[in-house]
Design a protein around this ligand. Structure first.
Ligand SMILES: Nc1ncnc2c1ncn2[C@@H]1O[C@H](COP(=O)(O)OP(=O)(O)OP(=O)(O)O)[C@@H](O)[C@H]1O
Ligand SMILES: [Mg+2]
Length: 244
């Protein structure tokens, strides 16, 4: 199987060399566990190997992302100029269709890697719901319709989640979909469904031992791959994340 290396040797070793190409992997963990940094490392690794990547963020500013990457020596702006990367900050939810914009950018960039930071926010803002309903309405009426629905009161359904994962899978990118969970949650995502819809799940967490906090990574699922289910220590170095 053709695989996309993550740039984190210890992680690649756990998953048979990398993430199977065109799979969507849920990267989940509570706040500050390293989801954003790991996903930027994945895109940086791809870009230097001349595999263009798209980073989609719903909540962080462009400057914060660029300077965070800079701390590890990753010059994202240079990669952008070379057409190997794009940081897409979704600024409004009052848009025709965020999924359509992602599709268009992937096509233009010839992106082979994609990060959505985060799937949780994307689902919660009803972007997916609007897109799905708009598509269904357009199909029925035979003309493009944009359906907008009050965000309050809409619960994310299994149908919404499978819809977005299916749309992302159609892009033919190897994708990291970031999922936010509460610190001591027994689930792998807040919606408790995303982990089933994705091809793989990587969990980041911390553990307290004798007053010290340790960062841990575990691969909970990776379709088509023999996975070593372990809790591997994860560290930040000046060059990025390492997994031991
Ligand atoms: N240069 C660095 N060296 C060491 N650790 C760092 C460095 N930069 C950030 N960190 C650590 O990484 C943590 C944040 O990582 P990251 O932003 O990837 O987490 P996250 O899981 O995306 O968090 P959130 O859910 O809040 O978005 C910080 O809390 C900090 O402890
Ligand atoms: Mg983050």
């Amino acid at each position: 199987m053709d695989r996309a290396t993550t740039g984190i040797k210890g992680l690649d070793k756990l998953i048979g060399g990398g993430i199977p190409r065109n799979h969507s992997v849920l990267l989940t963990g509570s706040c500050g566990t390293g989801k954003t940094i790991l996903s930027l490392q994945f895109l940086h690794q791809g870009a230097v190997a001349r595999e263009p990547g798209l980073y989609v963020t719903f909540e962080e500013s462009r400057d914060k992302i660029l300077s965070q990457a800079c701390e590890f020596g990753w010059d994202l702006e240079k990669l952008e100029r070379e057409g190997l990367l794009e940081v897409y900050v979704v600024e409004t939810f009052d848009m025709e269709d965020v999924l359509e914009s992602i599709k268009e950018k992937v096509r233009k960039l010839k992106a082979r890697r994609l990060v959505i930071d985060s799937l949780t926010v994307m689902l919660e803002h009803g972007v997916v719901y609007h897109s799905r309903i708009s598509k269904e309405m357009s199909a029925v009426s035979g003309e493009k319709r944009v359906f907008k629905f009050p965000e309050e009161g809409h619960n994310i359904t299994r149908k919404d989640i499978y819809f977005v994962v299916k749309e992302i899978n159609k892009l033919n990118t190897t994708s990291l979909l970031i999922s936010e969970v509460a610190e001591k949650s027994e689930y792998l995502s807040r919606d408790t469904i995303s982990e089933f819809a994705c091809d793989g799940v990587i969990l980041l967490r911390t553990s307290e031992l004798g007053g010290e906090i340790e960062r841990l990574l575990s691969v909970r699922k990776m379709r088509g791959t023999e996975v070593q289910i372990t809790l591997s220590p994860m560290k930040f170095t000046k060059d990025g994340i390492i997994v031991e």
